[in-house]
Design a protein around this ligand. Structure first.
Ligand code: ZN
Length: 463
């Protein structure tokens, strides 16, 4: 089957990447599982049908809008899309109990396979009955493949892939660049990646098969195929080679995923999403979307280190090519304007660490922009974080009290602001979904972003 679905490789070097399909993947047969029907996506409305974007909106977007509403059904419940997926990297949303996440309307949580593989170990989570049971979250869960962490460790960039060439070392114009002052902790080859644990320096091997085995043990409803994440600093030739590597890895992930699905009898079905890479190149993004779109994935992730200004365009290139009847997840976005960009260009779900990350630095979201609670002006402000906010923190606590907690370095400060920030983003996405169905999406977007960025425009380059 791979021969029929694949395109010609771009680069002579890719010939070395060709390998025989796994023996359990018979010629002409697409691997599948009877359990796959436990996961589904149903489309409700298309943005282009409910709303009439003005001509200038089309022009600004560079093309049509792929946005839609729908329902993802998983063995642990439904997700109404578009949906914001809260991040619980190490099987916890930092400083917030799962019960509080449920109360504030979070529909699903995303944890990280790389972190949980290193600590506590995927086998322990398997023995506990899977990620949801381990962390006392009964709703749908996602795990990302670990590719992002492994690769970003490879560049020494940690959580954010730094695109600034001036802050890297290594020979200019080559693909061997790492962040200044950082050690390369990962080395990639055609079969997988060697990496050193950031915890204790132990050496580990991730391959597509290992990533699938780890993610099956973690037991999330939605998993991602193991992919190579490149940076925008990589050469065009490297991007082409890497994309082919990710395509071949996608085939191996599917084969291993269905082998494990058959082997692990009685476990709830886990959906597998292929990850679309291709950096900032339109032809590569479209090719990757067609290649992976033709494989038997349950949905798709749109990955890669993206520049904020190109986010919508790149998502649209992918969603125009991907099958309409499967959900798409945009991996790792940051701020409210990104959310609207993601929704209108056809991302059904997206995850974001910002609500809790900025909360720990005492920043809280308001409809008029982000404010910093450490500021002395909140010392005697006995109102809620945001008037009219329906979150637990705003219902029971004042700005003055939480300001005091931050000054006193009390841990519950991060809890209260994280609850507020998570609720703020969840509600914004819920409202965007309702507006899309009601035919008022563009008005809602204009009003929301107009207010949010009026007082505090986003610093350039902030992610
Ligand atoms: Zn609130």
């Amino acid at each position: 089957m791979p021969a029929a679905k694949s395109s010609q490789p771009f680069h002579p070097i890719l010939r070395s990447l060709r390998r025989a399909p796994p023996s359990y993947w018979q010629d002409g047969q697409v691997p599948s599982s009877p359990n796959q029907s436990a996961f589904s996506f149903a489309l409700t409305n298309r943005l282009e049908d409910t709303c009439t974007p003005a001509g200038e909106q089309h022009a600004a977007n560079g093309g049509g809008f792929q946005g839609r509403t729908g329902t993802i059904t998983t063995p642990h419940g439904e997700i109404q899309t578009p949906a914001f997926i809260a991040v619980g990297t190490k099987a916890t949303v930092k400083a917030v109990l799962p019960e509080a996440m449920q109360d504030l309307g979070a529909q699903a949580l995303l944890a990280n396979a790389y972190h949980l593989y290193l600590q506590p170990g995927a086998d322990i989570i398997d023995d506990a009955g899977g990620l949801g049971r381990f962390m006392n979250w009964s709703g749908p869960t996602f795990t990302d493949s670990g590719g992002f962490q492994v690769m970003s460790l490879g560049s020494g960039f940690k959580k954010v892939i730094n695109m600034d060439a001036a802050e890297t070392t290594g020979e200019e114009g080559t693909d061997d660049r790492v962040a200044a002052g950082k050690e390369r902790l990962a080395h990639i080859d055609d079969d997988g990646v060697w990496f050193k644990s950031h915890l204790n320096g132990d050496r580990h091997r991730f391959t597509p098969e290992v990533s699938m085995q780890v993610q099956h043990q973690l037991g999330a409803d939605i998993m991602f195929a193991f992919d190579e994440l490149t940076t925008l600093l990589n050469s065009r030739g490297y991007q082409e080679m890497s994309l082919e590597r990710t395509r071949l890895w996608a085939e191996r992930c599917i084969a291993e995923h269905f082998r494990l699905t058959d082997e692990r009898v009685g476990k709830p079905y886990q959906a597998l999403f292929g990850v679309i890479q291709g950096a900032q190149y339109e032809d590569l993004r479209r090719k990757a979307s067609r290649d992976l779109g033709g494989m038997n994935f349950d949905g798709f992730g749109i990955g890669g280190a993206l520049e904020k200004e190109n986010l919508g365009t790149i998502v649209r290139w992918c969603t125009e090519e991907l099958p309409e009847d499967k959900p798409r997840h945009l991996l790792g976005i940051s701020e409210p304007d990104d959310i609207f960009t993601a929704i209108e260009n056809g991302a059904d779900t997206f995850d974001c660490v910002s609500p809790t990350r900025v909360a720990r630095t005492s920043a809280f979201y308001t409809p008029q922009g982000r404010l910093n609670l450490s500021n002395a002006r909140f010392k005697r402000d006995f109102g809620p974080l945001v008037d009219g906010c329906d979150c637990y923190a705003c219902a029971h606590y004042s700005r003055a009290y939480i300001h005091h907690l931050f000054r006193a370095k009390e841990m519950v400060s991060a809890t209260l602001v994280s609850i507020h920030n998570e609720r703020f983003v969840v509600k914004m996405v819920d409202d965007a979904r309702l507006a899309l169905d009601a035919g008022t999406f563009f008005e809602f977007k204009e009003e929301t972003l107009g207010q949010y960025y009026q007082a505090s425009p986003l610093p350039s380059g902030f992610r």
